[in-house]
Design a protein around this ligand. Structure first.
Ligand SMILES: Nc1ncnc2c1ncn2[C@@H]1O[C@H](COP(=O)(O)OP(=O)(O)OP(=O)(O)O)[C@@H](O)[C@H]1O
Ligand SMILES: CC(=O)N[C@H]1[C@@H]2OC[C@@H](O2)[C@@H](O)[C@@H]1O[C@H](C)C(=O)O
Length: 376
């Protein structure tokens, strides 16, 4: 406990668009991270609607984007205040905030110097409202160096979860991404496809719920094999890493196109989407890290009991070797706070002037210091 350390706050609002996870982390001088506190707050319905409305091009979007960036800064600042109050701390106790912002476009596949990614946020307003240094825009520098700008969490997963065996970490957020941590060898990672996003979109479209709690609706349906095969034929799944994806590629219209004119019960579609998440990620694991012994699952999908049961039941058929599947709870980390902790750590890396991208993951030309600082 006596090692030199600093306090950082990580703010994450991911592709699920469910809300904000704010974490307070103690980061030691060697980069070791421990969780001290957390606050999760759902977006107000107005902000969620505004952010959803920005996911595809539309009228007056520059104005709407700037307004949403201001509104997000205000909600982020409230989450920071709640965290400080909870822990009885002052703004001056915090070295910096790492703020992800809300991804509204991710066009990493465009050719060099044309590619871009955009995370909506007004970081200057966040610094003004909190009185704390804000580090934001973590992805642009990696893209400028020819990388995908995503996923960025593999470096943090390596710091947090490496062990004396072959480990993989699967984040089941809106999008799913894998980090491969071999006992000996280089850390790898890539986005492997939809996590919860299509299941969320389908239940919202059909039943008006934001997500399928514990997969209960999916459990009422049966897998439609021909739909599953069609969806798995999307070229994203067979593409070699580095690769990243988002709402730009996987959305309700993509799903409707896959269903086509087939008359499939709505709950069967939901069951099939659940299996799409499982099959695509386990197939990617089998292809890129067949020696994996333990799979650590994090992200909100780790809370979906039906999804976790299908992972366990399918691993023998798809992965073909024994695979221990645990959620990050087993390692003492709440699955929904892993990304928030990663952004606290990324802010620390920026302040310490340490490169935090992994070129073997993103495809960047080299290691780069990530983020831009908005001083308090
Ligand atoms: N009990 C539960 N049952 C089913 N699904 C759940 C449950 N709890 C959380 N989820 C799913 O987790 C999602 C939120 O996950 P998470 O916060 O990890 O995503 P994110 O950070 O927004 O996404 P990304 O990692 O892609 O940026 C919800 O939208 C929901 O689909
Ligand atoms: C562009 C973007 O926001 N990508 C997210 C998204 O959500 C999961 C996956 O796709 C991952 O690539 C990334 O987020 C995490 C935090 C990352 O960069 O590692």
């Amino acid at each position: 406990m006596n090692k030199p350390h600093s306090l950082y706050i990580g703010l994450m609002s991911g592709t699920s668009l469910d809300g904000i996870d704010a974490v307070l982390a103690r980061i030691d001088s060697d980069g070791a991270v421990s969780l001290l506190g957390a606050v999760s707050s759902p977006f107000t319905p107005e902000l969620r609607k505004a952010l959803l409305g920005l996911q595809s091009p539309g009228p007056n979007e520059l104005h709407r984007e700037k307004q949403a960036g201001n509104a997000l800064a205000i909600e982020y600042a409230q989450a920071v205040q709640d965290l400080l109050t909870q822990k009885n701390l002052n703004a001056t106790d915090i070295s910096a905030i790492g703020a992800h912002g809300q991804t509204i476009r991710h066009q990493a596949d465009l050719s060099d110097h044309l590619a871009y990614t955009h995370q909506t946020l007004n970081p200057a307003l966040l610094a003004e409202l909190t009185g704390i240094d804000v580090i934001a825009d973590f992805r642009s520098r990696d893209l400028a160096a020819g990388g995908h700008g995503a996923p960025l969490v593999p470096a943090f997963h390596a710091q947090q979860f490496s062990a004396d065996e072959n480990i993989a970490v699967l984040n089941l957020g809106g999008i799913a991404n894998l980090t491969l941590l071999p006992k000996n060898g280089e850390v790898k990672g890539f986005d492997c496809g939809p996590g919860n996003m299509l299941m969320d979109a389908w239940i919202a479209d059909q039943q008006g719920h934001t997500f399928d709690e514990n997969g209960t609706w999916a459990l009422q349906g049966a897998v439609n094999q021909s739909l599953l095969t069609r969806m798995l034929a999307d070229r994203f799944f067979s593409k070699a890493p580095p690769k990243s994806t988002g709402r730009d590629d996987f959305h309700l219209e993509w799903l409707q196109k896959q269903i086509g004119l087939d008359n499939i019960n709505a709950e069967d579609v939901q069951a099939t989407l659940l299996h799409l998440t499982v099959n695509s990620s386990l197939q990617a694991l089998e292809c890129h890290a067949p020696h994996t012994q333990t799979l650590i699952v994090c992200g909100g999908g780790a809370r979906n009991t039906a999804l976790m049961n299908v992972y366990k039941a399918s691993s023998q058929a798809i992965f073909k070797k024994p695979l221990e599947i645990v959620t990050s709870d087993a390692l003492g980390v709440d699955p929904q706070l892993v990304e928030g902790l990663a952004f606290a750590w990324l802010a620390w890396a920026h302040k310490e002037k340490r490169p935090a991208n992994l070129p073997a993951v993103t495809g960047a030309r080299g290691p780069r210091i990530l983020g831009a600082c908005y001083p308090a």
